[in-house]
Structures are given as C-alpha cells and as structure tokens.
Write a protein of this length. Structure first.
Length: 381
C-alpha cells in the first residue's frame, strides 16, 4: 500500500513519492529553480539542508539484529542494533519528500582521514560506521561529523582491501543506524541516488539509475575488486563512502572511488555488512577459501558449449578444498548451489557471502559434461 498526500502526484519523479510544494513553501530548492541549466552536464550535486523529517508507515518498521524484548514493554536492550528495511518499500510522507532525505542524512557522517575528505554510513546505533578501505588506508584515527555538525573523534576498527570495506568506531556517536536495504533485490534500471553528508550537516545528492550489478575493477598488484554495483551517475568530485540508496531511501551500497571511471560505483550493502560484522567481531575479515586460481571462460568457448559463461579453473591448490572435492584444471564452474556462475568475479562474490566451514554444492563442466561435487570451504590464509 502506498500512501499519498491529497492533491500530490508522482510526476516529479523524486524517487521518494509525491510532488513538491510550491517553492515559497519549501525549505529547499531544486537547482533548476535557482540557476539556469549548465551546458555539458546532465546531472550535478544538489545541496539540500537537513531539517527534521517524518517517517510514517508500518512498512518502515525498524528491525534490530537482536531485537528480542524491544517491543514487549521491557527495558531497551544494551546490544547494538541495525535498522533493516522491510520487503515492502518504505514510504516517506512529508513536505515534498524532504523528510525522506532528512531520515537518510541522519544515518550518514562526514569523514576526514589524513587530510582527505570522505563519508560513511552509520551501520548501527553503537557508533560503528561503514566506509571504504581505499579511503582509510593504513590510518588509525578519523575526524567525524554527524548530521548535527558536531566534530567527533573516531578510530579504525579494521579494513578489508579485497572488498574495499572499512569499519570505524565513533564512541560518542549515538545516532541510529541508516536504514539498510538488500542489494540482492536491486535490478538494472532501478532508480538510485548517491547521498553524501557534508561537515555542516547538508546532504549532497546525485540522481541516476543502476547500470550494472557485477562490475570488476583492476587494482594494484594484479588484484581485482569484484561484484560492484555500477550506476550511470556522473560524479563531479571523488566520492568515497557515500550512501547509494534506492527509491525508498534504504542504503543498497557504499560508494567507492577505485578504478578509472567517470560514473559512481558502490560496494553492495549485503557484502559490506557481512565483512563489517567479521571486522567488528575479530578486527579482520573472515573470507572462505575454495583453493583454486581461475579466469573467465572465453566467450567463444561458452557459445560453443551453449552456456552463458563460467569460471574456468586454471590451478587447483594441493590439499585445498577444491582438490579434496575432485576439481581439476580446465574444469569450468557454472553453479554454486542455485547461484549461476558466469565469470570468475561471480564465483568470488558468491563465496564472500559464505563462511569458512560452510558446505556448498558446486556445479561444473568437464569436457562439456555437467558434474557436481560437494566442497567444504576453508579459511583463507
């Protein structure tokens, strides 16, 4: 069920539901109401002041990771909580959707690390913040500004360059966590917004759409970052750690500046949460290990075999999980359970959603014949 205010239509296309009030009745202005169009650029950052918004509707129910006892009249639990979006889209009702952006901004922070500006997404209400490993580097101390504009000190809990995820702890930050969506439910063509909080508490917003769900970026030392969300949002400035949100205002990714691209990319929030929980628990990520080296199956071979693609095994590590399961060089992995594998990036991204010790069913082709094996993942060294 979608709630609308009387006389309000969706023609504005704000992504938060409802057309804006007349300019004289609003706290904000669209850039087109203030400046004439700028040639040569379709999109640019819009600056929106952060006020007080109203979040209405049962569909915006707040779900804690350990929320048992929270709503039964008992005392509020002392454990940290995350806010997860419900499967029904969150509905923001208020003045031209301003309340929706206010609610998003309350779950963001501005960062300054080693003289470099960036941003972060508040993961949960005990002061843990998600940002990118590329922004943090090997630094340990961070300056943090919340939506109230107040400066606080933070410390780096841990980083994972393999997924470009970092976690910062800000002891004095008591803001509720951002509403987290499901990147697994995002589709190509879906509307998306990048929201970047500034030190003074204003939110910079860029509109666009999801363009790709499996971007791979080459890093230094032949390393690669797999499974990024690609957008058509042209960035005017480097954006590290900002929130990529869907039409309901739920966070679906954390933007990253890695790679040589004019458009924004983001680490999917599903993967970022898994890595962040490991870092918070142990100080480092806990990646599972299959024990193979591989590459994308060439397109001509895939076409010859009548398949969409696969991950071709180049090397099997002796005594590793794959070797014990019977995988051999030149096998082509096509499935992990019910998940189709079309590239090596697909395989790595799928594995990173799992834990060491998990048992998986791997589908593969050997000499064009479909086979299956059971693999118990190990812990990466």
């Amino acid at each position: 069920m979608v709630l609308r205010c009387p006389g309000v239509s969706d023609d504005e296309g704000t992504g938060f539901g409802g057309a804006p009030l007349p300019p004289e009745d609003r706290l904000w202005r669209h850039p087109s109401e203030v400046h004439g169009p700028r040639p040569g650029r379709d999109r640019r950052w819009s600056l929106l002041p952060v006020g007080v918004g109203v979040l209405v509707g049962a569909s915006a129910a707040v779900v804690g990771l350990w929320a048992i006892g929270t709503f039964d009249g008992g005392p509020r639990p002392s454990v940290a909580e995350e806010r997860l979006a419900t499967p029904v889209s969150t509905v923001f009702v208020g003045r031209a959707g301003v309340g929706g952006l206010d609610q998003v901004a309350e779950g963001l922070v501005a960062l300054r690390i080693g003289g470099v500006d960036g941003a972060g997404v508040v993961l949960r209400d005990d002061g843990h913040v998600l940002t990118t490993a590329a922004l943090v580097g090997d630094r340990r101390r961070v300056q943090v500004w919340g939506v109230d504009g107040r400066q606080r000190d933070g410390e780096v809990v841990g980083t994972d360059p393999a997924t470009d995820v970092a976690v910062i702890r800000v002891p004095e930050l008591t803001a509720p966590g951002a509403v987290l969506g499901r990147s697994a439910e995002v589709g190509v063509g879906d509307g998306a917004r990048a929201v970047n909080l500034q030190r003074g508490g204003a939110a910079l917003v860029l509109d666009g759409r999801v363009a790709n769900l499996a971007v791979t970026v080459a890093l230094e030392d032949d390393a690669r970052l797999h499974g990024l969300i690609g957008t058509d949002i042209v960035r005017s400035d480097p954006v590290e750690g900002a929130a990529l949100i869907d039409g309901s205002g739920a966070v679906i990714g954390v933007t990253t500046d890695v790679g040589d691209s004019e458009v924004l990319r983001a680490v999917p929030i599903d993967l970022a949460r898994i890595v962040a929980h490991d870092i918070i628990a142990t100080g480092e990520p806990d990646h599972p290990w299959l024990g193979i080296e591989g590459r994308d199956l060439p397109d001509d071979v895939a076409a010859e075999w009548g398949i969409a693609g696969g991950a071709e095994v180049a090397e099997v590590v002796e005594d590793g999980p794959a070797a014990e399961a019977g995988l051999e060089p030149e096998d082509v992995v096509t499935n992990v359970g019910d998940t189709a594998i079309r590239t090596m990036g697909d395989l790595l991204t799928t594995l990173r959603h799992l834990d060491p010790g998990d048992g998986i069913r791997v589908g593969y082709l050997r000499d064009g014949e479909q086979r299956w094996c059971d693999v118990v993942l190990a812990e990466a060294a």
